[in-house]
Each structure stands twice: as C-alpha cells, then as structure tokens.
Design a protein around this ligand. Structure first.
Ligand code: 2AM
Ligand code: CA
Ligand code: CA
Ligand code: CA
Length: 268
C-alpha cells in the first residue's frame, strides 16, 4: 500500500472509530441485552453487534473490495490474507463493558496481503486512541510513543498474565508460569487483550503472555507493538497466524526472548 492511500484510509478509519466510540459512550447507561456464547462467562451484548454492524456497513459502502474478519458475524468468510482485510473487534473486553462500563476498546487492524498497515485501539470511556501506520511509529492520541527499552531485566518488569495460566491447565506447564510470577516485579491482568497490547506498546507494561486469542484480539496490537520496536509472536516464538487462534507472547525483544526460552513449556 502506498503512503498516500494508507494515509487516506487511516483518516477514514479514525473518523469512524471515534464516531462508533461516541455512540457507545452515549448509550453506556441504557439497558444491556446480554447473551452468552461458548460458555456462561463468554458474553455478548447488542452493543457488540451494533458496533460491528456499523463498521461492516460503512466499509462495504465505501470499500466494496475490502474484506472483513470480525468477531460477531457481520464479516466475511476470510480464508486467506490476500487483499485488504479489516480485522475488527467491535468491543474487546465485553466482560469489562458489562460489569464495569469501562476498560474496553474497539480494535481495528488493517492488513494488505498479510502486512499490517494500519492499527487503531480505542479506549472508549477514557477517550484514548492508540494508532499506528506501518513504518511511521505509534501514537497515543497525538503523542508519539517511544521506542521500547530493551534493557529492562525480568526482575524489574511488569508482565500481563491471567492468573488462570498459573493454575493447573491443559495448555502450558503451570509450574513454569508460577516461576515467572515469582521472578517478575509484578503481574497485571486488564481483561482486554487489545488494551493489554497497547500497554505493551506504550511501555507501561513490559510483556504479555496468554494462551488463546482470536485474530481480532491481536491484529491491531501486534502492529502497534511492532512500530515501537517490540515483537509479538506465538508463546513459543513462532510467527502469528491471523486466520486462527494463537497463543501470544508480546514485549520488548529481551523480555520476549527470556520468557519464551525459559518460562514457556507447552503441554501439547
Ligand atoms: P472479548 O472481550 O472481545 O471477548 C479477556 O481476557 C480477553 O480475552 C478479551 O480480550 C476477550 O475478548 C478475549 N477472549 C475472551 N474469550 C475468548 C476466547 N474464547 N477466545 C479468544 N479470546 C477470548
Ligand atoms: Ca467475545
Ligand atoms: Ca476480543
Ligand atoms: Ca469482542
């Protein structure tokens, strides 16, 4: 994608995401209709669906050749990363949205032939917009984010980790995760993968390890982290596959290398 096309697209996405966020803020105290999906804790509301439908209509109206890969069913059956693909999570952190009415985000990553071109993560209630364009750095509102410092030791780092993975589980050796918890300065869990990746890019946490995320959870965040010199891969260091679920390890390069080589032992 050339710089001018990317900039035009970027400006359009920015307008739409701010508008969609405004709609959510305006309706934040209206009654929610909450359904469950794969299990009783897997929530979805009319706001998730309405927001995704808003983007799908706008995109199909203006960019009929683009494809949409999204969570709530308004997107396309995307089977390859060829062409221009919008990877959208209309509300990332639905549990936070329902229980806290804050700490959730709209996440949009735009990929062209598999290359991350544009990223937006919008913390709706705080009105904080993280954004990036390929090769041009990352921003928090109008402020450019600094390059990640690679010399932070694990002992002085804060790592985002859901405590679930330190409990007995089928996916990762929990003893090693317990070692990680004991080694780092602190752990955090914010309940929105998109915001957690944005926090890695902002440098307010140093790493993020989790075992199951969908493409729309990570598409924008991986671009943001990349633009500040960090790295996002599967937990074992393999490249991400944006067409399937992934395990995730993100952070500055040093923390990434230390965690993946010393603390990640997958069970299968
Ligand atoms: P969501 O709110 O859009 O569903 C919560 O720790 C994070 O994990 C959120 O980003 C949440 O996204 C995501 N998440 C929740 N359930 C998931 C699942 N079954 N697969 C992948 N990601 C999930
Ligand atoms: Ca969900
Ligand atoms: Ca999500
Ligand atoms: Ca979602």
């Amino acid at each position: 994608m050339d710089n001018q096309s990317r900039q035009l697209l970027f400006d359009q996405v920015k307008k739409w995401i701010l508008e969609a966020g405004g709609h959510i803020r305006d309706a934040i105290d209206e009654p929610l209709y909450i359904d469950t999906k794969s299990n009783p804790n897997d929530l979805v509301t009319q706001m998730d669906r309405n927001t995704e439908e808003y983007f799908a209509k706008k995109i199909r109206g203006k960019y009929p050749n683009h494809l949409i890969l999204s969570e709530e069913g308004f997107g396309d059956e995307v089977e390859s990363l060829d062409g221009t693909i919008w990877i959208i999570d209309p509300i990332d952190g639905t549990m936070n949205f329902v229980h806290q009415k804050r700490n959730f985000a709209i996440s949009i990553g735009i990929y062209h032939d598999g290359i991350g071109e544009i990223a937006f993560i919008y913390n709706v209630m705080d009105d904080v917009l993280y954004s990036a364009q390929k090769g041009q750095g990352a921003f928090k509102n109008d402020k450019r984010l600094l390059s990640l410092e690679n010399k932070v030791s694990l002992e002085e780092s804060i790592v985002v980790l859901n405590s679930f993975w330190a409990c007995e589980n089928q996916v990762i050796n929990e003893k090693k995760i317990q070692d990680l918890v004991k080694t780092v300065r602190g752990t955090r869990s914010f309940g929105s993968a998109a915001l957690e990746l944005a926090f890695v890019a902002e440098g307010i946490v140093d790493g993020y390890l989790t075992m199951k995320l969908a493409p729309w959870d990570i598409a924008a965040g991986a671009i943001l982290v990349n633009e500040v010199g960090g790295i996002t891969t599967k937990a074992n260091g393999d490249p991400l596959n944006l067409l399937t679920n992934n395990t995730i390890l993100s952070g500055n390069k040093q923390i990434h290398e230390t965690i993946s080589s010393q603390f990640v032992e997958l069970k299968k």
